[in-house]
Design a binder for this molecule. Structure first.
Ligand code: FAD
Ligand code: NAD
Length: 468
């Protein structure tokens, strides 16, 4: 064999797996069909969306919040081209970083579409070049996902678009229809609402971010409506979309079964993502994907039905998150090297990078109720936080759910300033099986937003928050 490990796909799952394999002394190759490494996350996902969220947040603060601080600006305007150029530059810095890391770790990289010839042989095809084959003892499939398309709603990539095109718009839409009130819809909807678009969210479920604790969606909906003028159409089943010139019309059935329609100059379809296995030649090694979501089935070691062929990240079951893909990459690398790694899927946080940010880990209140678990809850509002008052970010709260008998922290749900960073402490609490009282007894720097977590934990322990 030429290689101990061949990784197909260089997203956060694939590139992290490759680096860990190399660290463990395994001779490793990565195959990527695009000319830059980093997958969805670095090229058209996490990183570019956060770059645009940061730019639009600065703009929105300058337009609406600076005045409260006594700062006035005369002629505020947004240079869309510069915003997009900066975002592209951020992408380049990050993808170049992966090239550097591959070289540093002596990982061989190949550009082209990787496909199975047999369980140890991968063919690499690239337009304008001869196909080549490489051999590996172990193969890690890390081919990620692509936006889910609705069969009755063709995406023209001009006016009816996915997140990929929404990260490249050359103008600020006057009105933007977002199909799907999930993570992508609310993050990208926020970008354009902050820059002046009128955003309408059409969501099938009864609430936005429906998989998170219900209290978070309720609060986020309230704030996005108040701060950015979002309009929400919940319980709406989209039935189609058409384009005429520069106008898109989306049709839907409301909760009562009435036909309604929405007009906008763009429509983002953000109804989830589907595992990507096109051209991989899974049939050559007898792997069948699941009917729903096209996922590759794996066992508890993330090994497919074919020995020595593993799969990680968005292409397998579970949350479609970069840090989940990364952890699975480490897991498989260590497993191949003969170690006994472990992943606690209950302790994988989820974050929505709106403002306020939303972040959660562990069980939701709805899940605990359904499981019949006895729990207690403690909440603390940012309205009572000195730090939040100082910055003017008083929307949101932290909610701690703890076992009614043992006080063990079972779930933490927060919406508020810097929740994305604050959730790390809650993840640690879950990993080390802390009690709510443990959190309440740990010293938190003052004044910080993190004090809200301590206060919520104190509230859950014995209803003894100090500042509430
Ligand atoms: P991917 O990142 O999709 O990488 C797969 C790679 O495999 C791609 O580069 C693809 O070209 C390559 N490939 C596919 N088939 C082949 C083949 N046959 N041969 C060679 N190469 C192949 N997650 C977060 O955790 N935080 C966020 O803030 C966040 N923001 C997001 C924002 C947006 C707009 C989107 C779309 C997603 C976001 N995500 C976020 C999700 C995150 O991007 C994915 O969960 C993550 O990228 C999955 O990593 P992966 O390695 O499994 O796959
Ligand atoms: P999502 O699953 O978060 O949200 C999709 C939403 O669309 C759901 O609320 C669903 O009820 C709704 N929906 C589905 N079909 C519909 C229909 N026909 N009409 C109206 N609404 C419909 O998916 P997404 O926002 O597309 O994001 C895709 C993936 O990317 C997610 O799994 C997410 O984890 C990941 N992502 C993560 C982040 C982050 O971590 N901050 C950011 C962006 C994307």
């Amino acid at each position: 064999m030429q290689y101990d490990v061949i990784v197909i796909g260089s997203g956060p799952g694939g590139y992290v797996a490759a680096i860990r394999c190399a660290q463990l002394g395994l001779k490793t190759a990565v195959i990527e069909k695009y000319s830059t490494f980093g997958g969805t996350c670095l090229n058209v996902g996490c990183i570019p969306s956060k770059a645009l969220l940061d730019t639009s947040e600065h703009y929105h603060n300058a337009a609406h919040n600076f005045a409260d601080h006594g700062i006035s600006l005369d002629s505020l305007k947004i240079d869309v081209k510069k915003m997009i150029d900066r975002k592209n530059d951020v992408i380049s810095q990050n993808t170049a970083g992966i090239t550097f890391l591959f070289k540093k770790n002596k990982i061989d990289s190949f550009e082209g579409l990787g496909s199975f010839v047999d369980k140890n042989t991968i063919k690499i095809e690239k337009e304008g070049a001869d196909a080549q084959e490489i051999k590996g003892k172990n193969i890690i499939i890390a081919t990620g996902s692509k936006p889910t398309a609705l069969p009755f709603l063709p995406i023209d990539k001009k006016r009816i678009i996915t997140s990929t095109e929404a990260l490249q718009l050359q103008e600020i839409p006057k009105s933007l229809i977002v199909i799907g009130g999930g993570v992508i819809g609310l993050e990208l909807g926020s970008v354009y609402a902050r820059l002046g678009s009128k955003v309408s969210v059409v969501e099938y479920a009864k609430s936005i971010i429906p998989t998170m604790d219900a209290s978070l969606g309720k609060e986020l909906q309230r704030v996005l409506k108040k701060q950015l003028g979002f309009e929400f159409f919940l319980g709406h089943k989209v039935t189609g979309a058409t384009t005429k010139g520069k106008e898109v019309t989306v049709t839907a059935e409301d909760a009562k079964g009435n036909e309604v329609s929405f007009q906008g100059d763009y429509c983002i379809v953000a109804v989830g993502r589907t595992a990507y296995t096109e051209g991989l030649g899974l049939d050559k090694i007898g792997i069948e994907t699941e009917e729903r979501g096209n996922k590759i089935p794996v066992n508890e070691h993330l090994e497919t039905s074919v020995e020595g062929v593993y799969a990680i990240g968005d292409v397998i079951k579970g949350a479609m998150l970069a840090h989940k893909a990364e952890d699975e990459g480490i897991f498989v690398a260590e497993r191949i090297a003969g170690q006994k790694p472990h992943i606690d899927y209950n302790a994988i946080p989820g974050v929505v990078y709106t403002w306020p940010e939303v972040a959660a880990v562990g069980q939701t209140e709805e899940q605990l109720k359904e499981a019949g678990k006895k729990y207690k809850t403690g909440s603390f509002s940012f309205k009572a936080s000195g730090r939040a008052k100082a910055s003017g970010d008083t929307d949101g709260f932290v909610k701690v759910l703890a076992d009614a008998e043992t006080d063990e922290v079972l779930g933490v749900h927060m919406i508020g300033p810097r929740a994305a960073d604050m959730i790390a402490e809650a993840v640690m609490a879950l990993e080390y099986r802390a009690s709510a009282e443990d959190i309440g007894r740990i010293c938190h720097a003052h004044p910080t937003y993190t004090e809200a977590f301590k206060e919520a934990a104190l509230a859950a322990t014995d209803n003894r928050a100090i500042h509430a």
